[in-house]
Design a protein around this ligand. Sequence first.
Ligand SMILES: CC(C)(COP(=O)(O)OP(=O)(O)OC[C@H]1O[C@@H](n2cnc3c(N)ncnc32)[C@H](O)[C@@H]1OP(=O)(O)O)[C@@H](O)C(=O)NCCC(=O)NCCS
Length: 159
Amino acid sequence: MKEAEAKYPEESATQMVEVVLPNDTNLLGNVLGGRVMHWIDIAGAVAARRHSRRPVVTASMDVLTFSHPIKLGEVAILEASLVYVGKSSMEVEVRVFSENQVTGERKQTSTANLTFVALDDNGKPTPVPKLKVRTEEQKRKLEEAEKRREMRKRFKTEI
Ligand SMILES: CC(C)(COP(=O)(O)OP(=O)(O)OC[C@H]1O[C@@H](n2cnc3c(N)ncnc32)[C@H](O)[C@@H]1OP(=O)(O)O)[C@@H](O)C(=O)NCCC(=O)NCCS
């Protein structure tokens, strides 16, 4: 089968916007961590599907930080971009921002790195287009993702 053409991260980059409603929050009026994880998973999966044009499953989440709360009534903005592609796996970085609808103030609240795997019609891992990078930032993120991939492999064999 002919190899699919390599793609730039911009070709699959995904932005998702959620309004934080009462059902999304805890007793302090801050968005629930589990709700943010759900949104991160969805935004990341959309980017991975756009790159691969295949069904994808979440294989792992390596990094997830929460540095600021997102308050009831604020808007959560999620930006997902591919940072690394293996044979069938794709690492996606998802950044989460809060935006205050009154003042317009915007803060980065979370960062996550997830790996998705593309599946064929039999539910088995299948090759995806390679990732092309052009900016210094894309090159740096690719190198960091390669290190995480090595760490995951070491973790799997040593632990
Ligand atoms: C992810 C999954 C498809 C991998 O299947 P597998 O038979 O172990 O596949 P392989 O060992 O051949 O690995 C396939 C690719 O997945 C990657 N991979 C497998 N497990 C991984 C993990 N835990 N973290 C990151 N990448 C992983 C491999 O590195 C490989 O990447 P490459 O093709 O780019 O080199 C399989 O474990 C699965 O279906 N898991 C459940 C997924 C799911 O249901 N997610 C929903 C959330 S619960």
